[in-house]
Design a protein around this ligand. Sequence first.
Ligand code: NAD
Ligand code: TYD
Length: 342
Amino acid sequence: MEKVLVTGGAGFIGSNFVHLLRRERPEWHVVVLDKLTYAGRPENLAAVANDAQYRFVQGDICDAAAVADAMQGCTLVFNFAAESHVDRSLMGDPAHAGAFVQTDVYGVYVLLEEAKRQNVKKFVQVSTDEVYGDVSQGHSVETDPLEPRSPYSASKAGGELIARSYFVSHDMPVVITRGSNTFGPYQYPEKLLPLFVSNALDDQDLPLYGDGLQRRDWLFVEDHGRGILAAGERGRAGEAYNIGGGNEKTNREVTEFLLQVLGKPASLIKPVGDRPGHDRRYALNCEKAKSNLDWQPLRTFEEAMTATVEWYRDHQDWWRAIKGGEEYQQYYQRNYGTRDKG
Ligand code: NAD
Ligand code: TYD
């Protein structure tokens, strides 16, 4: 029986992970620590809120007292908490990039310090394929150099390095996962998929950056969560594991796919000015996770993407509550209001 801390559990991947744990490890106790930033949505966890083996703590991973309270007695720690959106990390206001460095680097250090005191069995730092930077050819392996190129990916790489240093210096059981572009229910509608699906449902433009030929490896959220769980249960201390879907697609292909599922016209696609420093391609080699963690993605792109698009079509209350809010509208105006045509 484990007692598990899930930080960032009210966000997209974290909340799906909590639901996965309740289904697949029902005997485990789960504590969620979440600051509830704009991206943290308590409604994502409504289904477990009254569960006896579940506790929610609102708090910041940078706050040592809140972390000590939440981690008390925990055997496993999964750190999902992060500022996660590349476009927000690029906004002119220093407060934006600063929040990434604060949470994604300093917050990891605070968690590690408490995990050391608690003598946890495993600390899983949830990271991203973006730490490898732009991969023009081939597929990244775990020993490749980290060459992040945005304030988001640089902060995530910093968090990884701090985590790894606690393995090297303090012999802590740290494991790192590098997941690829994830899709599924409960994703904040600033990311490509929920933004485009929700815009399309309202016959609004889909702002495709640049030529739309940037390539990403798309991974269903449940497959990502199973990979993170496998890393927590079977990962070797000090190691990193790539977790990807094996579905390399251009942004234009993904956009055309979702429009086809919704029966909406391609004329909704509006090329707009590109993201500064936009990485053209990410691609992962996941052989290590497959052979050492006994993990592989179970869902096909077509089937999981269709189900996800349908989830947003059928759960409009969820995203309309976000899109109708002031914070979202200000963000949308700032990020898209002044973009030149692509
Ligand atoms: P998200 O933005 O949906 O959720 C982040 C959560 O962290 C929110 O609930 C937020 O309230 C919480 N949070 C933020 N700052 C916090 C702080 N200081 N203290 C406590 N809680 C805080 O993000 P997501 O897409 O679910 O990503 C989860 C993790 O997975 C992140 O670490 C991200 O880097 C990583 N990741 C994401 C993707 C992807 O495609 N979304 C891919 C690979 C890796
Ligand atoms: P995003 O969902 O923000 O994830 P990430 O930047 O972490 O990969 O973006 C996925 C891809 O879609 C990325 O290449 C940027 C592109 N994109 C657009 O073309 N338009 C948009 O409005 C957004 C949000 C993303």
